[in-house]
Design a protein around this ligand. Structure first.
Ligand SMILES: C[S@@+](CC[C@H](N)C(=O)[O-])C[C@H]1O[C@@H](n2cnc3c(N)ncnc32)[C@H](O)[C@@H]1O
Ligand SMILES: Nc1c(NC[C@H](O)[C@H](O)[C@H](O)CO)[nH]c(=O)[nH]c1=O
Ligand SMILES: N[C@@H](Cc1ccc(O)cc1)C(=O)O
Ligand code: SF4
Length: 370
């Protein structure tokens, strides 16, 4: 099979599976994907100045891939109040962030009303609307909080939007196949429930990202199912701003401790996860992000030559990957990000959450130093 044929032709599930399985066409696949990326995005590699805020690591979830969650009495347990979260967002803004990515654990006391409090505090403490973009609460968090409040999804999402939510991280997707979820994350929302939250968000005019967390117990067939589901949703709603493949970091996770995995993904699979979705999504979902915190800067540079066009964000703080053994730090300065992009002959451009390029020459005030 010649992967170049997908440059202007739809891919079937069988063909997608072959791209995953047939290593004889590995380099051809990367090459074809890189060419589609060049046609759609040119030489520009976008990035964002953002900060993660994890407001608690205490969680009642039982996800077997997660090294982040702890129980309430654990020595490293933390729980930030809405005021403290607002303060962190304010600090991030002062350091130059234009987006905060807010995620945490699941707890019975975290309901939609509480999430509204968090959003209001961020808005209050970061100034008027437009001060910072709030990218918060995964579909799992939205679903659990709505359930805790006894609200339907549409009402919950409308309340969150009115309180200042701009967009939702498309995490908690993991692998959207219930048979895999039953071992991977038995108490998490089902694949259909994930889709319901996402489509309800898109209908409420809240854009989301989408992700896949791969390289654990799933098979190629599951990866194909997942990608085709994302494609179908995007064709229906157009609400995904970007796709982020998240390579599974295995250290310190229950899956490792239980002996269910020996390692994470291979380098080959990491690159296929940029290339194959690029050939599948094409112009329907043109932004594919490398995760430097999970793969490191060198491998991220390679990912940008295998289909990806976005470097992600400065993050400023990172707890989830670090807990799972990431050795790549938890913050990147914009200078480092830009150098990393220029080093591979590409052109760095600052973007906002919605992928609008930010023209800094038009901006009043000082340019962020971060
Ligand atoms: C830790 S959760 C936080 C939000 C919320 N508790 C939830 O599960 O939706 C965010 C995402 O991080 C990713 N993640 C967690 N542990 C990981 C690991 N060991 N390797 C790679 N990604 C991981 C998963 O995709 C997960 O959905
Ligand atoms: N890929 C990871 C991210 N990405 C977050 C993005 O930087 C940003 O919020 C998004 O592009 C929306 O504009 N964050 C992490 O903490 N870890 C990752 O692996
Ligand atoms: N990258 C996700 C958020 C994310 C956060 C933490 C992670 O470990 C992974 C992903 C998004 O912006 O939608
Ligand atoms: S992935 Fe999220 S829901 Fe699952 S255990 Fe970790 S923090 Fe809890």
């Amino acid at each position: 099979m010649d992967p170049n044929k997908f440059k202007n032709k739809e891919m079937s599930k069988r063909e997608c599976l072959e791209l995953f399985e047939n290593d004889a066409i590995f380099f051809d696949t990367l090459h074809a994907a890189d060419s589609v990326r060049r046609d759609l995005c040119g030489d520009v590699v976008t990035y964002i100045l953002n900060a993660n805020i994890n407001f608690t690591n205490v969680c009642t979830g039982t996800c077997q891939f997660c090294a982040f969650k702890v129980s309430k009495n654990h020595p490293s347990a933390f729980f930030l109040t809405p005021e403290q979260i607002g303060q962190k967002a304010c600090d991030a803004k002062m350091a130059g962030a234009i987006e905060v990515c807010v995620q945490g654990g699941l707890l019975p006391e975290i309901d939609t009303h509480y999430q509204v409090e968090i959003l209001k505090n961020i808005r209050k403490q970061t100034g008027p609307l437009g001060g910072i973009s709030i990218h918060a609460f995964s579909p799992m968090e939205v679903f659990a909080a709505a359930e805790n409040a006894g609200l339907d999804l549409k009402t919950a999402l409308t309340m969150l939007k009115e309180a200042g939510l701009d967009s939702i991280p498309g995490t908690a997707a993991e692998i959207l196949v219930d048979d895999v979820r039953k071992t991977l994350c038995p108490d998490k929302i089902s694949a259909d429930e994930w889709e319901k939250v996402i489509t309800a968000a898109h209908k409420t005019k809240i854009p989301t990202t989408c992700t896949i967390m791969y390289g654990h117990i799933e098979e190629n067939e599951d990866r194909v199912e997942h990608l085709f589901r994302l494609k179908k949703i995007q064709e229906e709603t157009g609400g995904f701003t970007e796709f982020i493949p998240l390579t599974f970091l295995h250290e310190n996770t229950p899956l490792s401790k239980r002996g269910l995995v020996e390692s994470g993904s291979s380098g080959l699979l990491d690159l296929k996860m940029y290339a194959i979705p690029r050939l599948l999504f094409k112009e329907k979902l043109p932004n594919i992000q490398v995760s430097w915190v999970k793969l490191g800067t060198k491998f991220s540079q390679v990912g940008l030559c295998a289909g990806a066009n976005d470097f992600g964000g400065t993050l400023m703080e990172e707890n989830i990957s670090r807990a799972a053994g990431s050795k790549y730090g938890s913050s990147m300065t914009r200078q480092k990000i830009e150098n990393c992009i220029r080093q591979i002959g590409r052109v760095p451009k600052l973007r906002n959450t919605q992928y609008k390029i930010i023209d800094e020459s038009q901006q009043k005030g000082s340019i962020p130093v971060y």
